[in-house]
Design a protein around this ligand. Structure first.
Ligand code: AMP
Length: 372
């Protein structure tokens, strides 16, 4: 899940698709359990917000039922201050029926009040209300709400049918209003030896960012023989990727160490799609996001030569053996290169020609960075 932007506002992940599904299922089962055995209820969804909830709810409802939708339309009454509301769309005869209102969210209860008022003279057998979300802190009425999926704090939410200015209804999960992102975060990307570390040093100083190189963090841990280092070493020595779980946990810890950063340069991370998704979710929960992936593009043969050259002085065991280097390229091409598509799909991929002098390449990166 990522941070989303709807018109001028940002929203961050709040309730997952999985949790919504479980909540809807629970509501449907609870409603069913309360009904007399052969009772056929009529569910009445209050449009527009409830359309996804109603669709999922009735699929989870195990038993016969009828479904209808209504809309509360307001129009000006005879005096200019008088607001009259009317339910539009109820054509069924509800006499002696069990009516169960389906609401996506109840906050102040104003709409609920209208519904109770309107149904009062329909001669129904019973009227019940099931709402997916409820905001106890702002609810102002004395009306019964029979079924509540989840009580939430008074935050503005969108997704799963709920909107902000008409937008956001189509997201399968729920997001809450967030502040405008403060950080500028980039992923510096490219095959081994493309010059990511060198460029990161320049960018870090130019833009006052925190540089996190997962490779460096692993090497630091190996040098200090930490538990993490011992674990990572056997993968790194072969040029294999360290397992995602280990790497993601470590990355998060590095970010947490720098709470006040202006932003981060992620170097060597993410390397797999699951790392990319984890990073998106992690940043989104903080109201932040990746602004772009800046990728250094350099032909592979030039890189092997560069790496063997580096291995003579860097002390990196994975730089001294051509087979291991080729394996790192193989990892890059099979597992990592797909990240180009991942960021491309979000319009966040920026390819940079990585052949040239260090200064030239820094300038090319800076030109892109300034537009992010
Ligand atoms: P690097 O310094 O970025 O070339 O990384 C050196 C080695 O560290 C890689 O070959 C991997 O074994 C390990 N490594 C660094 N970053 C990651 C990552 N994001 N995921 C998995 N392994 C990593």
């Amino acid at each position: 899940m990522k941070l989303i932007k709807l018109q001028d506002l940002y929203f961050k992940p709040f309730i997952s698709e999985k949790e919504i599904k479980a909540t809807v299922k629970y509501l449907a089962a609870t409603v069913k359990a309360d009904l007399p055995k052969d009772e056929i209820p009529i569910f009445v969804g209050i449009l527009n917000g409830c359309f996804l909830f109603a669709a999922d709810f009735i699929r989870e409802f195990k038993g016969n039922c009828e479904v209808s939708f209504v809309k509360l339309a307001s129009y000006q009454g005879t005096s200019s201050t008088e607001k009259v509301k009317q339910l539009v769309g109820i054509n069924e005869d509800l006499t002696n029926r069990t009516v169960i209102i389906l609401e996506d969210i109840i906050d102040t209860g104003a709409t609920l009040q209208e519904i109770y008022d309107i149904f009062r003279d329909k001669n129904v057998k019973q009227l019940k209300v099931a709402t997916l979300f409820f905001k106890p802190d702002v609810f102002r009425k004395e009306l019964p709400i029979d079924y509540i999926g989840k009580s939430i704090a008074d935050k503005f939410i969108v997704g799963y049918g709920l909107d902000y200015n008409g937008l956001g209804r189509n997201y399968p999960s729920i997001y809450q209003l967030s502040t405008t992102p403060k950080m500028k975060n980039i992923v510096l990307f490219g095959p081994p030896g493309a010059g990511k570390g060198t460029q990161a040093e320049f960018l870090k100083n130019m833009y006052n960012l925190v540089h996190i190189s997962t490779g460096d963090v692993f090497r630091f841990n190996i040098k200090n023989a930490t538990e993490l280092g011992i674990l990572a070493k056997k993968y790194m020595d072969e040029g294999d990727l360290v397992p995602d779980e280990v790497t993601i946990k470590m990355l998060k810890a590095e970010v947490e160490k720098n709470k006040d950063a202006n932003g981060f340069i992620f170097d060597g991370f993410p390397r797999t799609e699951s790392q990319a998704k984890a990073l998106d979710t992690f940043l989104a929960e903080k109201g932040e996001q990746i602004n772009g992936m800046i990728a250094l593009e350099v032909p592979e043969d030039a890189l092997v030569t560069r790496l063997l050259e580096r291995g003579k002085t860097s002390g990196r065991t994975d730089d001294t053996d051509e087979a291991k280097i080729r394996n790192r390229f193989n990892e890059y091409n099979t597992k990592t290169a797909i990240l180009k598509d991942y960021f491309d799909a979000q319009d966040k991929y920026y390819g940079i020609n990585g052949v040239g002098s260090i200064e030239e390449i820094t300038q090319r990166i800076a030109n892109v960075f300034d537009t992010l």
